[in-house]
Design a protein around this ligand. Structure first.
Ligand code: ADP
Ligand code: MG
Ligand code: MG
Length: 199
């Protein structure tokens, strides 16, 4: 079972990964966006880390919702409300249980991913974070490692796609040939999850 400590470690591991990879995320966003994705997420996840340190929350659902609220309020740009919605909805779906199973998390993440799709009006194949998140949520029903592999594969599979949502879509065919920054950061978050489960 996964307890509050697990979720705290996941979010902090994710924040560290975002901090470490911020330049790469911004570089990807400079090719097909406005070169701020790394900075956006670094600012957001620094706020998440700080909010976690200042919170006594122990329920997995409450911790994810807390992180989601920080991302919504601190990240300018499309990714803030989208990732914020992902974590808030996933957290809400987990409810107030002290511990949840991987299957519970997979199901809740699926609800979170659906909320992102609804908010952004995007679907898999549109070259967005959903190209990593949808297969990862599905594969999490199997294992953490399967989710990590699916997210990585989904992020790489955005390279030949033409963007149909977000800033990259303004480039039309010129968005082809570049990996989507948001799908790349989603893969980082799922990798952090698998690392937390392995630790
Ligand atoms: P902005 O584009 O506002 O500068 P970011 O650079 O932080 O925001 O985030 C860009 C990423 O957000 C994209 O790479 C894409 O994965 C994701 N994104 C943008 N629009 C959407 C959308 N409508 N649905 C899902 N994801 C989206
Ligand atoms: Mg950007
Ligand atoms: Mg921007």
């Amino acid at each position: 079972m996964l307890d509050g400590d697990f979720f705290r470690r996941w979010l902090i591991t994710a924040a560290e990964a975002v901090d470490r990879e911020a330049d790469r995320l911004t570089e990807l966003d400079s090719a097909i966006g406005d070169a701020d994705h790394g900075a956006n997420l670094r600012r957001g996840f620094a706020a998440v880390t700080e909010a976690l340190a200042g919170s006594e929350a122990t329920a997995p659902g409450a911790l994810l919702a807390l992180a989601g609220r920080q991302l919504i309020s601190k990240v300018g740009g499309a990714s803030g409300p989208l990732y914020g919605t992902l974590l808030r909805t996933t957290g809400k779906t987990l409810g107030d249980a002290d511990e949840v199973s991987r299957a519970d998390l997979a199901q809740a993440l699926r609800a979170g991913v659906d909320a992102v799709a609804k908010l952004g009006g995007a679907a898999p194949g549109d070259k967005t974070m959903l190209d990593a998140l949808v297969p990862a949520a599905d594969a999490l029903a199997t294992s953490f490692d399967a989710a990590r592999a699916a997210a990585d594969k989904g992020a790489e599979a955005t390279i030949p796609l033409q963007a149909r949502k977000g800033r990259a879509s303004y480039l039309g065919e010129r968005s082809i040939g570049h990996q989507d920054p948001g799908a790349t950061s989603s893969a980082l978050l799922v990798t952090a999850l698998a690392e937390t489960a392995d630790a």
